[in-house]
Design a protein around this ligand. Structure first.
Ligand SMILES: NC(=O)c1ccc[n+]([C@@H]2O[C@H](COP(=O)([O-])OP(=O)(O)OC[C@H]3O[C@@H](n4cnc5c(N)ncnc54)[C@H](O)[C@@H]3O)[C@@H](O)[C@H]2O)c1
Length: 246
């Protein structure tokens, strides 16, 4: 299976300034796609875009109006990758409505915002590849990240619904569900949770180690490729087997 058939495609990588999104932007650009990185981190996003020959737009993906405005003149996209996200490690009773609203706005709302902006253009052209980065937490639940897991479960159900609504229009929609991937997001969690959390995460995988952003990007790139046209509504774990059987 080759993941490199994305030549001349126009791709939007939301959350592409760091971690899995950045590795995806690098990979898609290297394989010939014309990539727009959209991220709230202007310094990192602009730097990466400059380095790899992509374009960058600074936007808060949780803001529907801002997302529509940022993407208005840039349609149509062939590929949409949603990778922006963040978690919070606390038991549910230690969190409150402000935490829930923030987690849901970013991990689920941002996916709705970009899809709403990009999907009509894909429908007009009759081609699209949507790849949403959820989490194994969205299939398995997560002790200490319940609302994050709920939002990611929502991403899975939303993606499958978009796949159902658009399958006959040449548009696929799939989910990549990472396990513990060595990115700035994971490093922040390990700073809070320490070596104990690191051990718990790696031992929950079958391969006994963290994944790399590049390994995750390879899975995303496959689902974003022309060749993956007969794959839709799927959840593909990139988690060292953590979700095996889910
Ligand atoms: N790293 C892991 O172990 C892991 C595991 C499962 C799922 N995931 C998911 O993978 C995705 C990528 O995570 P990562 O580990 O690469 O994290 P990361 O922190 O390295 O990257 C996340 C990116 O999202 C951007 N972002 C955050 N809030 C934003 C907003 N409001 N508007 C625009 N951009 C915003 C950040 O600036 C950053 O560039 C996330 O959806 C995350 O939930 C990661």
């Amino acid at each position: 299976m080759t993941a490199d058939n994305v030549k001349r495609r126009r791709a939007l990588v939301a959350g592409g300034a760091s971690g899995i999104g950045a590795a995806t932007a690098v990979r898609l650009t290297a394989t010939g796609a014309d990539v727009l990185i959209a991220d709230i981190d202007a310094a990192k996003g602009a730097r990466l875009a400059g380095e790899i020959g992509a374009t960058f737009v600074a936007v808060d993906l949780t803001d529907h109006v801002a997302v529509s405005a940022a993407l208005a003149q840039r349609d149509p996209f062939d590929i949409l990758v949603n990778s922006a996200g963040a978690d919070q490690h606390a038991f549910f009773t230690q969190t409150g409505p402000q935490d829930w609203a923030r987690l849901i706005a970013l991990n689920l709302g941002a996916v709705l915002n970009t899809t709403h902006a990009v999907l009509p253009g894909m429908q007009q052209v009759g081609y699209g590849r949507i790849v949403n980065v959820a989490s194994e937490a969205g299939r398995l639940g997560s002790k200490g990240a319940s609302v994050y897991a709920a939002a990611k479960g929502g991403v899975i159900a939303f993606t499958r619904s978009i796949a159902r609504e658009n399958g006959r229009m040449g548009i696929t929609a799939n989910v990549v569900a990472p396990g513990p991937i060595d990115t700035p997001m994971l490093r922040r969690a390990i700073e809070d949770g320490g070596e104990k959390l690191m051990t718990a995460m790696t031992s929950a995988t079958l391969v006994g180690r963290l994944g790399t952003p590049q390994e995750t990007a390879a899975v995303i790139a496959f689902l974003a490729s022309d060749e993956a046209g007969y794959v839709t509504g799927e959840v593909l774990g990139a988690s060292g087997g953590m979700g095996c059987g889910a």
